[in-house]
Design a protein around this ligand. Structure first.
Ligand code: ADP
Length: 272
């Protein structure tokens, strides 16, 4: 068993007094990719924001290497955990300046300018994410796929042990989807980073994850968790998404893959 990096223990989350999810329990081990799945509006983003510390839990605990995250000073937390949320915005900033913001937790008191080490770190992760050539461009003028890669570079300059990503492949073409997920796999394999990622593409999740956590909107908790073989079953998917699906196996990896089949919608001719 690998070392547990993140542990969610009876976590309840929500906004003000409105509970969104109850009694969430799962772990992420060292260099493990955990994908959070579930229908729209089931609370995946809220869960990620709560783990990131942007929203206080309503109950239960979030432990990072056995320490309650609420007891870890923010500056220390940002050196262990980095977050890439959807629709990251940054106006009037070059790509380099945007990525440099990720080094702020490492600045010493009264340090106003970056050091050579910070600049080297920025170059290192721009190179790793294949975006070094974009360094001097304005962040808000690069494409969606490039912006996603640069946002991951900004998270990586924090040198985190845990990376949280909210739907990093949504709105991207398949080439960019593959580039992002291959990169995440490289981070796990070569940098030993643990990843908790919200994905809505079940087949990508099945292919790239070690563990899947399926959230159910009705019971407002985890419906199933484990390997893709355990979680990606016809019964589980149909129950959580209320949709008929066909299941097959990936021809090379043997992992489960889901297919939809076309259904005719009946129109009552007497209507209208
Ligand atoms: P998902 O990521 O699974 O689509 P979200 O976490 O975005 O789901 O949303 C879960 C629920 O929380 C939804 O009902 C949504 O309307 C509600 N919600 C999202 N953001 C807020 C907010 N800032 N304040 C109150 N409710 C919110």
């Amino acid at each position: 068993m690998s070392e547990t990096i993140l542990e969610l223990n009876g976590l309840c989350i929500g906004y003000n007094r409105a509970k969104i999810l109850n009694n969430i329990n799962f772990n992420a081990g060292r260099a493990e990719i955990v994908s959070i799945l579930g229908p729209n509006g089931s609370g995946k983003t809220t869960l990620l924001k709560t783990i990131a510390g942007a929203i206080d839990p309503m109950g239960g605990k979030i432990l990072l290497q056995d320490r309650n995250t609420q007891d870890i000073p923010l500056k220390d937390l940002s050196r262990k955990m980095a977050v890439v949320m959807q629709f990251e915005q940054a106006a009037h900033m070059t790509v380099e300046e945007y990525v440099m913001m990720g080094r702020l937790p490492f600045f010493k008191s009264f340090q106003f300018f970056e050091t050579q080490k910070d600049r080297d770190m920025v170059d290192k992760y721009l190179e790793l994410t294949d975006t070094l050539g974009l360094k001097d461009l304005p962040f808000n003028q690069i494409s969606g796929g490039e912006r996603q890669l640069v946002s991951i570079a900004r998270a990586l300059v924090q040198e985190p042990m845990l990376l949280l990503l909210d739907e990093p492949t949504s709105h991207l073409d398949i080439g960019h989807q593959k580039q992002i997920l291959d990169l995440i796999h490289t981070l796990k394999e070569h940098l030993n980073i643990s990843v908790v990622i919200v994905l809505h593409d079940l087949n990508l999740a099945s292919e790239y994850s070690d563990t899947l956590v399926m959230i159910d909107a009705e019971s407002r908790t985890v419906f199933a968790q484990g390997t893709s073989e355990k979680v990606m079953t016809k019964e589980i998917i149909q129950q959580v998404y209320h949709t008929d699906v066909l299941m097959m196996k990936h021809p090379i990896t043997d992992r489960p893959a889901v297919f939809l089949s076309r259904q005719k919608k009946r129109i009552d001719k007497n209507q209208g």
